[in-house]
Design a protein around this ligand. Structure first.
Ligand SMILES: *Cc1c(COP(=O)(O)O)cnc(C)c1O
Length: 817
């Protein structure tokens, strides 16, 4: 724990307000106060960071670098205070100044530098690396605009720019003295050096620069502070001077704007825009900056690049940074003068790749044309890698096995040649992992069986996890306190210990307190709902929450079909549907994803029908909370009774939302998909509602799927579908949901919504019945909290560290206590 020095904290705080902001203390606004606290906390972080770096250097510790286009880190103040162990003293200090820490925390803007699960995973990993005292740094992009802010107008999603005040964020340290100059565009001239060796020259290139910014990442117990390094693009001065000397001022300014635009905006996933050249340049920019920074650090302590992989591990978070294969080869061969074979051996031993998706449309390819234009030398290297690789494929599978060659080649032939980033990443890495057991199996069997048969030893699984510091301690402090009172506080560092809570499953007093924590969180969410969307909800109703990106495969539509069924049951049949229920949705749709946006509109229209109907709205409410983001997740998750994890089996790689909800005592209603399967293994089927087709059944059904058959078989489904078609939920905008109706009714509906409808309704009926026995429900919720220790990202990171990276903790427990 860091030691909280009251006096020096006070001095830092006051000096910041007076001398940096230039204000008397009593004129400081809330924002000023927030910045002043962050500044005072920042001093702790920096001191510990210096110690941490010294320790790594002294130990000559092997380092891992986590390359990711997204880091969805969330607010940092309360997490930093908690991890440093100075939350309570800081709150006391502020109270003396008349400031409430809880309110101040809400002033912090959520940095939205990611789309969802993939970026949030990267953030959890950084927390775990630091908390395990391991040398692991993140590399990413300092976007000016993060993921768009979502507002809702007449039930439709509207996107607004989210300007992240990255120039003024109190956590972001500008390293103005450091920069990397990066070549881009131009031509390769085939030349030879004086010994007659091939020496390509990258000529007529343009230059732009990357500037690093650091965010300190504090580990639990405040012993290790690592860093996340984010790069911003800028125009190169040298280049500008040339143009200025030509006297072309306008051209110089244009050039500056172009360079800076590279890190202007985070691309929303699932949008067509992601195929644009600028996105490719972003990927190149990240890789080029990160690899240069890694090399510079390596050269501070070492000089022999043949041993690079003994000191450095690089993890590629999805294929977005896969160009690292070519960039590392380029530096080792062109600049460090290693022979190709040695450079290749070093590159493969250094790099490792995480696959995040099986959806074929999400597999990244870039046209050879774009690579040739933007990074001609890298393209040349990729062709060379491919040629040597194809030779090995021929050795392994026979010289005339053209089918195998076509599948495995980095280059996809066709009207337009394309570079397959997944193939490049797999060939250039020594490890390829999926993110849940079932997903890793499908990677081997379905996605890339050819690569698996060539290199079975490369493939492995690392089931995702989430950090209990943010996802229990920070977001659910009353639950954390209850757990600590019961079993001590070591569970925060070692979540496996949380199983000790099982001892309380028959303790009525404990169960009552556990239930009371949930009830208080539900009340707080009810207040938030009232304040943000002006709806009243019954805090005693079942809070059933589906919060995640809006996507057809996640099946918000299936959830809606069931809600419409409940609505019609009350409205038409005048039947009792059991305990009152509040269905809460939250999530963003990619701006160009029309079906997902229409689903948001349907949620709102169903909500309007339900919530305004006095015959229904005491039993049922439907809420959509706009602008899903980390800080909103932190409110929703502790308040959930039921967690909706209902993707079509085989389509959700892992999910991490499912883990956060279960830890906080929500019971999952879910399919046998992604990490749901492993949650089931841990918590037991009596503590979960599993329904629907499994992966094999989905695969068997898909070619023969006939939605009409399900409608004919089930009158409830028929009624729901007819209601959708009849404009019952869109009287003032007839026909708007016709395309949703058509895709649900199409044998080509790859998400098989109707096939899981009947078992889904049955699972919800079981929930309604079980909820009426509150004590039993609390026991089962408690079993979810007690049995999800496996889903700590600490467990995940230990496995990456041991089995892929070869890095270790740099503090031993026995040195400490
Ligand atoms: C955890 C999290 C996600 C991922 O949720 P899934 O249900 O796994 O898709 C997305 N966005 C935010 C803000 C999160 O906290």
């Amino acid at each position: 724990m860091a030691y909280f020095d009251f006096t020096s904290f006070e001095v830092s705080f006051q000096q910041y307000v007076k001398y940096v902001l230039g204000k008397p203390l009593d004129e400081a606004t809330k924002k000023d106060q927030l910045n002043a606290v962050c500044y005072a906390v920042g001093k702790y972080l920096m001191d510990i960071h210096f110690d941490t770096r010294k320790r790594y250097e002294k130990n000559k510790a092997k380092q891992v670098y986590y390359l990711s286009m997204e880091f969805l880190i969330g607010r940092l103040l309360s997490n930093n205070l908690l991890n440093l162990g100075i939350f309570d003293p800081c709150a006391r200090f502020l109270k003396k100044q008349g400031i409430d820490l809880e309110t101040l925390v809400e002033e912090e803007q959520d940095p939205a530098l990611g789309n969802g699960g993939l970026g949030r995973l990267a953030a959890c990993f950084l927390d775990s690396l630091a908390s395990l005292d391991m040398p692991g740094y993140g590399y990413g992009i300092n976007y000016d605009y993060g993921l768009f802010r979502q507002t809702i107008v007449n039930g439709y999603q509207q996107e607004r720019p989210d300007y992240w005040p990255n120039r003024s964020s109190p956590w972001l340290i500008r390293r103005s003295e450091e920069k990397y100059v990066l070549p881009i565009y131009g031509k390769i001239e085939e030349r030879q050096d004086k010994n007659g060796h091939y020496k390509p020259m990258w000529t007529r290139k343009k230059l732009f620069i990357g500037r690093p910014h650091d965010i300190m990442i504090a580990g639990h117990r405040g012993r290790t502070v690592n860093r996340l390094r984010l790069f911003s693009a800028a125009a190169s001065k040298d280049f500008d001077i040339d143009i200025f000397n030509d006297g072309d001022y306008i051209k110089a300014v244009k050039r500056k704007i172009q360079s800076e635009s590279v890190t202007k905006i985070l691309y929303p996933s699932d949008s067509k825009e992601t195929g644009k050249e600028l996105r490719f340049i972003q990927e190149y920019f990240l890789v080029a900056c990160a690899i240069r920074d890694i090399i510079r650090k390596f050269e501070k302590q070492h000089s022999d690049f043949e041993t690079f992989h003994d000191h450095v591990a690089i993890q590629l978070n999805d294929t977005h940074p896969a160009l690292a294969v070519a960039e590392l080869m380029r530096i080792l061969v062109d600049e460090k003068k290693l022979v190709w074979e040695t450079a290749w051996d070093v590159t493969v031993k250094t790099l490792a790749f995480t696959n995040h998706t099986l959806l074929p449309e999400a597999l990244e390819t870039w046209s050879v044309y774009i690579l040739n234009k933007v990074v001609p030398r890298h393209l040349q290297i990729i062709f060379e890698i491919n040629q040597r690789f194809i030779a090995r494929v021929k050795e392994r599978f026979g010289p005339d096995n053209h089918e195998m060659i076509a599948k495995m080649s980095i280059i996809q032939e066709g009207d337009e040649q394309k570079v397959r980033m997944a193939n490049l990443a797999i060939i250039g890495s020594h490890s390829v992992n999926g993110v849940a057991k079932i997903h890793s199996d499908l990677v081997k069997k379905q996605l890339v069986p050819e690569f698996y048969s060539m290199w079975p030893e490369k493939f492995n699984n690392k089931t995702n996890g989430v950090t209990p510091r943010r996802w229990i301690v920070a977001c659910n402090p009353e639950l954390a306190k209850l757990i600590t009172d019961a079993i001590g506080r070591r569970w925060i560092a070692d979540l496996d210990l949380i199983w000790e809570l099982e001892a309380f499953q028959n303790d009525p007093g404990f169960l009552e307190r556990y239930g009371a924590v949930k009830q208080a969180n539900k009340q707080a969410l009810a207040d938030y709902i009232r304040d943000t969307v002006s709806e009243t909800v019954d805090p005693l109703s079942i809070f059933d929450i589906q919060a995640k990106r809006i996507h057809e495969y996640k099946r918000q539509l299936l959830n809606l079909l069931h809600i419409m069924h409940l609505y019609l049951t009350v409205k038409e049949d005048k039947k009792d549907i059991g305990p009152p229920r509040t269905f809460i949705f939250s999530g963003k749709a990619a701006p160009g994803y029309h079906t997902a946006k229409l689903i948001i509109k349907l949620i709102h229209n169903v909500a309007h029908a339900v919530n305004t109907d006095p015959a229904v709205n005491r039993q049922l409410k439907v809420i959509f909370l706009p602008d899903y983001r980390v800080s909103l997740a932190e409110r929703l998750i502790p308040a959930a009774d039921v967690s909706e994890q209902i993707s079509t089996a085989g389509m959700e790689a892992s999910g991490t939302g499912n883990m956060k909800f279960a830890m906080n005592g929500a019971l999952t209603i879910g399919t046998l998909d992604g990490a749901n399967i492993e949650i089931l293994e841990q918590v037991g089927k009596e503590n979960m509602y599993i329904f629907g087709l499994d992966v094999d059944e989905v695969a068997a059904l898909r070619p023969n799927y006939q939605p009409k058959e399900y409608i004919e078989k089930d009158d409830r489904l028929k009624r729901v579908i007819y209601a959708l078609r009849s404009d019952r939920f869109s009287p003032s905008e007839p026909g708007i949901f016709r395309s949703l109706y058509n895709s649900l009714m199409s044998p080509g509906d790859s998400y098989l919504n109707f096939a899981d409808f009947i078992p889904y309704v049955a699972a919800h009926q079981a929930i309604a019945n079980d909820y009426q026995q509150p004590e039993k429900w609390s026991t089962r919720a408690l079993m979810n909290t007690a049995r999800t220790g496996f889903f700590s990202s600490d467990r995940t990171i230990k496995a990456y560290a041991d089995e892929i990276w070869g890095i270790r903790a740099q503090i031993r427990e026995k040195d400490l206590w």
